[in-house]
Write a protein that binds this ligand. Structure first.
Ligand code: AMP
Ligand code: ZN
Length: 472
């Protein structure tokens, strides 16, 4: 499989450290609010990568942290504590909101068919491990104490700016974020491993440590949780592109300083979901959630389809119009699959199966090209293969794509049967006439026909999923 590696800035053949096995780490959510659909774009694309690796036979172990402590509003260790901010907003304790939003996150994932990682670790449950690694970094001379806090000394590294999109200019942290710079840092790229001098009087979560009572910095959690669960060599590390710097850069710095060798081979970064007014972000306060999509009548799986229509390495613009286009395409696709679910068996046409499966693999193994993968579904539908072959292929592809294609197609097929059986032909005829009138934008006629349908005891409604007919 070819994967783009943000570390080398090119597509590379993916070769895991241990044959047949893949260790995969994902930066989890900061649980001070609901995940927005931008965050979930990242998790959807990571889920496809994981599922495709499993599909091709790898034994994948995936680990995710839950950030419930240490993440400040600026990724450069300044600003407010995100969890405290969330707790104050809701007049709850930090642990209460952490639990609430962790549950909400996994509920959103479930709705989007995102598999829960094999291991999920809240940062607050690993404090002893963070302290152990920070102590080791102190002993090795990679960390220092200043103003009561423990910092990682980036000047001790041969190379700090590993994702070379970034340079010192970009790193004017205090200036860029419009918040204060930390005077304790020896070098401006240094970062906090452990805070003891909390600037927050009401710091709720704190633990004893060799350096005094305090709490961990944000970056150390991912290194420790990954190394503890996946060992010294990590195959793939994932996250949204905003995590590349400084978060992932700092993860590499501290992990490799601790281990004394290269840590992670492939970095998989997902570009952002933006709106026309810019990046979607939790800290801006206004953002779209899965629940909001549902309230507006969208099935969550259609948002997944919307994401899969674009490549993960391109930023994606969200608009209702774009989402509606995805809804229309999804519905059409499922409607095309529906009749196949009613056809009887037949033997698998092996040659066609292999050819189309080959095309699907070619798409997905080319840096997770999901849009091409979806195109192959249309090729399957157009192909000469029999229904059994088509259904078998689509069912296999959907193990990776997670679009509930067969289940939704079956539902349409079953309902179509029920409709024609239960609803009088006269009503069905009027429904068709009404559809035609609406298509021609003759709404007066459409209303007239709706009234005729009502007089026959039926109600007709246009929904995002199509026309609905109910007995009055
Ligand atoms: P957070 O909960 O802020 O720690 O972010 C969770 C994940 O979402 C991280 O992998 C981020 O890089 C990613 N992320 C944040 N904003 C966006 C966005 N607008 N589009 C896609 N991914 C994002
Ligand atoms: Zn992380």
């Amino acid at each position: 499989m070819q994967l783009y590696n943000s570390l080398s800035h090119k597509k590379e053949e993916f070769v895991p450290h241990e044959e047949g096995k893949v260790s995969m780490y994902t930066c989890g959510p900061t649980v001070y609010h609901y995940a927005h659909i931008g965050n979930l774009r990242s998790y959807i694309m990571e889920d496809v990568l994981e599922k495709y690796l499993r599909f091709t036979g790898y034994d994948v172990k995936r680990v995710m942290n839950i950030t419930d402590v240490g993440h400040l509003t600026s990724d450069g260790d300044t600003g407010d504590d995100k969890m405290l901010k969330g707790a104050k907003r809701e007049h709850k304790t930090v642990m209460e909101i952490a639990q609430f939003y962790t549950d909400a996150f996994f509920e959103d994932c479930r709705k989007l068919n995102i598999k829960k990682p094999d291991v999920v670790v809240p940062a607050t449950t690993y404090i002893d491990e963070f302290i152990r690694v920070i102590e080791s970094l102190m002993e090795k001379g990679y960390a220092y104490e200043a103003g009561g806090n423990i910092y990682f000394d980036t000047s001790k590294l041969d190379k700090y700016y590993v994702f070379n999109d970034f340079n010192e200019e970009d790193l004017a942290v205090g200036v860029r974020e419009g918040v204060e710079a930390d005077e304790n840092k020896r070098n401006k790229a240094d970062f906090v491993l452990w805070f003891t001098k909390s600037k927050f009087d009401d710091q709720e979560l704190k633990w004893d440590s060799p350096w005094g009572i305090g709490y961990p910095g944000w970056h150390i959690e991912c290194s420790c949780i990954s190394m503890k669960n996946l060992g010294e060599y990590l195959d793939i590390h994932c996250g949204g592109i905003d995590n590349a710097f400084p978060h992932h850069t700092n993860e590499i710095a501290q992990s490799e300083a601790y281990l004394g060798h290269k840590w992670c081979n492939y970095w998989f970064h997902i570009l952002h979901l933006n709106t026309n007014s810019g990046k979607m972000s939790k800290s801006k306060g206004e953002f779209l959630t899965v629940s909001l999509l549902e309230e507006k009548g969208y099935k969550p799986v259609v948002y997944r389809f919307f994401c899969l229509l674009s490549h993960y390495r391109k930023s994606l613009v969200f608009s209702w119009e774009n989402l509606d286009n995805a809804v229309a395409a999804y519905n059409k696709l499922v409607e095309k699959i529906a009749p196949l679910t009613k056809e009887n068996g037949g033997d698998i046409d092996k040659a066609e199966y292999d050819r189309l499966m080959g095309d699907f693999n070619e798409a997905l193994s080319n840096d997770v090209n999901t849009a091409m993968g979806i195109t192959v579904i249309y090729d399957v539908l157009k192909s000469k293969a029999n229904a059994a072959t088509k259904l078998a292929l689509i069912a296999e592809f959907d193990k990776v794509l997670g679009l509930d294609l067969i289940a939704n197609a079956k539902e349409i097929a079953d309902n179509a049967g029920a409709d024609s059986a239960d609803i009088p032909a006269e009503v069905m005829e009027l429904v068709e006439q009404r559809k035609a009138a609406r298509k021609e934008k003759n709404f007066a006629l459409a209303d007239e026909i709706r009234d005729k349908i009502a007089a026959l005891g039926y109600e007709v409604k246009e929904t995002r999923q199509g026309t609905e007919i109910n007995k009055l």
